[in-house]
Design a binder for this molecule. Structure first.
Ligand code: XMP
Length: 531
């Protein structure tokens, strides 16, 4: 999305209809992977939803889930203010799977003892299954699991049996003897646990009896119904950035409320070649509602004149964006809501899961930009979803493959790739070089293999020779990275022939550039962008 975003407020748009859908509730104790559990279950075609950890047994009964998963969390179950469950949920007759903290809670509530482990345990361990159970169908007797805990269950009550252990954790998997309550000390939701997906599938299918008929289209229908109910006859403004998240947000809103949606696209003058035309034509192909394109490029350029400091550039762009966006939004009659494409990873990275005690990792670019005093109510239909779920949703909503697989582009745009001062001439050179990089990647069939690629214009001149003359011109760096989550990234080992084409074309076709270099830094310690 663009640089302007609103502080998140928790708005739960999912209205569960227990008559229609098999539902698994994931009670959130603040673990970083709580939403990942829900997502893994959804990957098995069963609707899973993250809910507050202190949901009452009464409310849970009303929602009629087929199973409950208690997530991990950073607290100690014996800590003074540790998050607890309503103990009555263990007697509802609904299958329960406690993971890490969740297991410790269930065991403690039913007479077991939890203590700090001899050492905090993080990383891979070998799990040995000691008693066969439908939870372990398809899981070999020994397999790798991922542990991440300080405390562990030291003793189980007589009501429990152990199912599996590791050399440092005797009770790595346990089960209640008569109730359908399971506990896992390790994390089945992370990919490092070799048979984690199998274990979760076994829980939802073998233990909870789910058939697994849920589809992403059911989620769309649910969201559409919830959006209609919430928005009523009001108007919703959606800031388009040209990227996947804001486009899917607009598309789902459009499906729900049609022409009550107004979109705003701010041209900050830092767009890539042809970007504005692409956004406009995609919009016209998909939407029959109003698009406000605000050409603020001159304003941005004049405010950025002479500024070379990266932080200063970002600040100016952020401020001007808010001013421009606010002015345009105010011109739209009857607008009550502002929609934005916040995804779950943005929320968790910002520690913004207000319902859960997740620890903050970092402040994300995408949250906290547009100030709350814009005066709109916030709508975030993608707030519970991961990127690939959003992509699936976008395809289902009819957006093009090209858009869905587009590399991310930062809100401040080319400004953070035009190192040093920004001038129209330097932006033009960068824009041309960037277009060549992307074109050659596509031609080589590598665009989808790489998660982000672009050109950077360096504030460095070097000597060259062109024809018979000496040149003293700019240098372009080409950056291409592979990454799962953009938090860490590797530089991509670009085939030489592709590099060769990029370099030859950039030097021949881009005026003012006589040198091309390839960036071979990974993140960390570098970042993906240069500024
Ligand atoms: P870094 O450079 O921090 O980038 O490794 C990680 C990802 O975030 C994108 N990025 C931004 N996105 N506004 C955005 O919307 C920004 O200010 C911004 N800065 C970096 C970057 O392109 C990469 O995908």
């Amino acid at each position: 999305m663009s640089q302007g975003m609103v502080t998140p407020k928790r708005v739960d748009l999912h209205v569960v209809d227990p008559q229609q859908e098999e539902l698994i509730l994931v009670l959130d104790f603040g673990g970083q992977t709580a939403q990942l559990i829900a997502r893994r279950v959804r990957d098995r075609n069963v609707l899973a939803q993250l809910v507050r950890h202190d949901l009452s047994a009464e409310r849970i009964r009303e929602l009629r889930p087929k199973g409950l998963i208690l997530s991990g969390g950073p607290a100690s179950v014996y800590g003074e203010h540790s998050p607890q469950i309503d103990p009555k949920i263990l007697d509802l007759g609904i299958p329960v799977l406690g993971i890490c903290y969740g297991m410790q809670l269930a065991c403690q509530a039913q007479g077991g003892a939890v203590r700090p482990g001899h050492a905090r345990e993080f990383g891979r361990k070998e799990l040995r299954v000691t008693q066969r159970n439908p939870l372990f169908d398809g899981v070999p007797d020994t397999s790798t699991v991922w542990m991440s805990h300080g405390d562990q269950v030291e003793n189980i009550s007589a009501d429990y049996v152990e199912l599996a252990g590791t050399d440092t954790c005797r009770f790595a998997a346990v089960k209640h003897k008569t109730q359908t309550i399971y506990g896992l000390q390790f994390h089945p939701e992370v990919t490092h646990t070799a048979f984690g997906t199998q274990l979760l599938e076994n829980f939802v299918k073998n233990v909870c009896g789910c058939r697994g008929t849920w589809q992403i289209s059911s989620l769309i229908e649910r969201e559409v119904a919830a959006l209609r109910a919430r928005v009523g006859n009001s108007r919703v403004i959606c800031g388009l950035s040209g990227g996947v998240d804001s486009s899917v947000t607009a598309a789902i809103l459009y499906k729900a409320i049609g022409s009550q949606l107004s979109c705003i696209f701010v041209d900050n003058g830092m767009l890539r070649k042809g970007e504005l035309e692409k956004v406009r034509s995609r919009f016209l192909n998909h939407f029959r509602t109003d698009l406000h394109v605000v050409d603020a490029s001159e304003r941005f350029l004049s405010e950025l004149k002479g500024v070379a400091d990266p932080q200063q550039k970002r600040k100016i762009i952020g401020r001007v964006f808010i001013e421009v966006f606010r002015k345009e939004a105010e011109s739209i009659q009857d607008a009550r809501f502002l929609a934005q494409g916040t995804l779950y990873p943005d929320v968790i990275e910002s520690g913004g899961s207000a319902d859960g005690p997740a620890a903050t990792i970092k402040s994300h670019h995408n949250v906290g930009g547009l100030p709350e005093e814009l005066g709109f109510e916030l709508i975030e239909p993608l707030r519970d979803l991961f990127k690939d779920e959003v992509r699936r949703m976008g395809l289902e909503l009819g957006l093009t493959e090209e858009l869905i697989w587009r590399h991310p582009f930062p809100g401040p745009g080319l400004a953070v790739r035009c190192l040093g001062v920004i001038t129209p001439e330097r932006l033009t050179a960068l824009r041309e070089a960037d277009a060549i990089v992307l074109e050659e990647l596509r031609k080589a069939g590598l665009y989808r293999e790489i998660q982000q690629a672009f050109a950077v214009l360096l504030p460095v001149q070097s000597v060259g020779v062109m024809g018979d003359g000496r040149t003293y011109e700019d240098a372009i760096a080409v950056r291409a990275v592979t990454t799962d989550d953009f938090m860490t990234a590797d530089w991509y080992p670009m085939p030489y022939p592709v590099l060769q084409k990029m370099s030859t074309r950039i030097i021949n076709e881009v005026r003012g550039v006589n040198r091309v270099v390839y960036d071979i830094s990974s993140k960390p310690p570098s970042t993906i962008e240069w500024e």
